[in-house]
Design a protein around this ligand. Structure first.
Ligand SMILES: Nc1nc2c(ncn2[C@@H]2O[C@H](COP(=O)(O)OP(=O)(O)OP(=O)(O)O)[C@@H](O)[C@H]2O)c(=O)[nH]1
Ligand SMILES: [Mg+2]
Length: 287
């Protein structure tokens, strides 16, 4: 009776990974990205805007990309280590990714976090303007109003290199099912607006280590963990982005050394982000 007839626990792990993933590709991936040049002749850098809710791991993701290329933990984008309820990143700031001393042609724009409340955090209009390159670096987002074309830091005539051709939306994997509908609505508005110009989106699901004990012990279990697969499918259904454009990552957050498995997941996400943006740049549609 009762507890003595306990139901056998389901195995949290699949027998086979559901996504083919080569854990030995770090060197090749790194070299490919280090040798990348934008396909469009007038574009010097691929600019990528990183958006997402407060504390999602946007700044940490940018740092993790930088760390993967530097082979050491870097922290150029300041990270919020206290849960204050307000976005730690307040200003728009672009980070050029470097490998050793060489600047790679990728600029990641770190932005204030989205908040569910109508007039809080970075606004949908701010994000759309930042995507189109109208917001100059250093602009401090205002709580009460989005940037306007009268602002000094509004750029009227952005170059192609200033515009983002891929939106990276960062979401903690474990928060997928709890994401406030108001945030989803804001994201839907942003996606609709940028989709008018054919700009694609990639979703980066962070904090996989916190979401699944299997993965916390061994990051290579990320594609055999049933929990991670379920969350990724839920994310795809909830936000409407295909699974091929959703990448689970663990950001560097408390480590003192980089690690190959962490790097590979980060670099794989970066490869897809950069290729997606580059494909869009080559499209014939108007910018
Ligand atoms: N365990 C774990 N913690 C993470 C991961 N990514 C980020 N963090 C932690 O989450 C917290 C918030 O990270 P940030 O990178 O500052 O998040 P953000 O999205 O830039 O936040 P705002 O700028 O405030 O909007 C920090 O304490 C990070 O150390 C991850 O993959 N795993
Ligand atoms: Mg931040």
């Amino acid at each position: 009776m009762g507890s003595s007839e306990s139901v056998p626990l389901q195995n949290p792990e699949l027998d086979q990974p559901w996504r083919t993933f080569d854990w030995g590709q770090k060197k090749a991936l790194k070299e490919k990205l280090e040798n990348f040049t934008p396909s469009h002749p007038n574009v010097k850098n691929i600019t990528i805007l990183v958006a997402g809710e407060i504390g999602a791991g946007k700044s940490s993701f940018i740092n993790s990309i930088d760390s993967a290329f530097q082979n050491r933990i870097t922290s150029r984008a300041l990270v919020n280590s206290a849960a204050t309820g307000h976005s730690f990143t307040q200003k728009l700031k672009g980070f050029t990714i470097r490998s050793g001393t060489k600047n790679l042609p990728f600029v990641f724009k770190d932005i204030m976090g989205l908040e569910p409340k109508a007039l809080a955090g970075s606004q949908t209009e701010d994000i759309i303007n930042a995507m189109y390159g109208h917001v100059k670096d250093g602009y401090k987002f205002k709580e009460d109003r989005p940037i306007s074309c009268e602002d000094q830091q509004y750029s009227h005539d952005p170059s192609l290199s200033d515009q983002s051709f891929c939106l990276v939306y960062v979401l903690p994997l474990d928060m997928v099912q709890y994401t406030d509908d108001r945030l989803i609505d804001k994201l839907t508005i942003i996606r609709q607006r940028i989709s008018e110009k054919g700009i694609p989106q990639v979703i980066v699901l962070t904090k996989v280590d916190e979401a699944c004990p299997l993965v916390q012990k061994d990051l290579r279990k990320v594609y055999t963990s049933k929990k991670i697969k379920e969350k990724m499918e839920l994310c795809s259904a909830k936000i409407g982005v295909p699974m091929t454009n959703i990448f689970p990552v663990k950001n560097y957050h408390n480590e003192i050394n980089t690690d190959d498995n962490t790097d590979i997941l980060i670099l794989k996400a970066l490869e897809q982000i950069v290729q997606t943006a580059d494909d869009r740049l080559l499209d014939n549609e108007s910018y």
